[in-house]
Design a protein around this ligand. Sequence first.
Ligand code: 2HA
Ligand code: ZN
Length: 261
Amino acid sequence: MSLFDQMPGLADFATTAHWLSLRGWSEGAGGNMSVRLEHPFDARPGEEIDLPVHVPHLAGMSIMFTGSGTRARETALHPARDIGVYQIGADGKSYAWLAGNQKPTIELPAHCAIHNALAKHRPEDRAIMHTHPANLIALCHDPKLGDGAKISDTILRLQSEALLHLPEGIGYVPHQFPGSLDLGLASAKLVDRHRLVLWHMHGCLATGKDLATAFDYMEYFEKCAGIYWALRAAGINPVGMSDEDIKKTLIHFGQLDRYRP
Ligand code: 2HA
Ligand code: ZN
């Protein structure tokens, strides 16, 4: 087995890609993922490529990225073809290929900006997932909602465990071009407080200690959004749990200090 095949986190990456496809969240080549490795990957780096963003908290780190144009439904079958590992330069201003796929997602700079914020604020959270769940994207189209606080307050109270998983609610980034660094920079500002960031009429970003955990957060949010749309389709205007029940539940499970209504 090659060093690449033994890379910690490779199975998590491949399995999660498969599930993104099974869920129908990453259509075609939609979505992308990245994971900071705990230890540098031992390979001779390729040519140094300048990053359009300075990421000092990632200096010297090895990071796995989805390859450009790869399909989530195929990645588990072809991990070395579809997943690349790169090293961030010692000055945090460049990256270089180490192994696997050699053409990273166009969102590499955006992911680097977000990893830089995670490494600073939540270093235990090493994984970033971006995908396109339909029920979540549909929330961006609802004039009754409109921003992260309103979406969190409306959606997460529809299932009594969702707020226990996501008491701080979700972040929201207004329109930015897909793949742009601005999208990454705006998300980087939110991930110190939020595990999930919804991208206006585009998709959602999840973070976690690994990709399976980031996927869990995406599922909790998508489940609530599915309940919301089922109720709306039935002609019911969802109200959800009362403030009192929410507070009692959060106190019971010791999560009140994380709650941001
Ligand atoms: O195509 O989802 O946001 C990959 C993407 C870019
Ligand atoms: Zn996308």
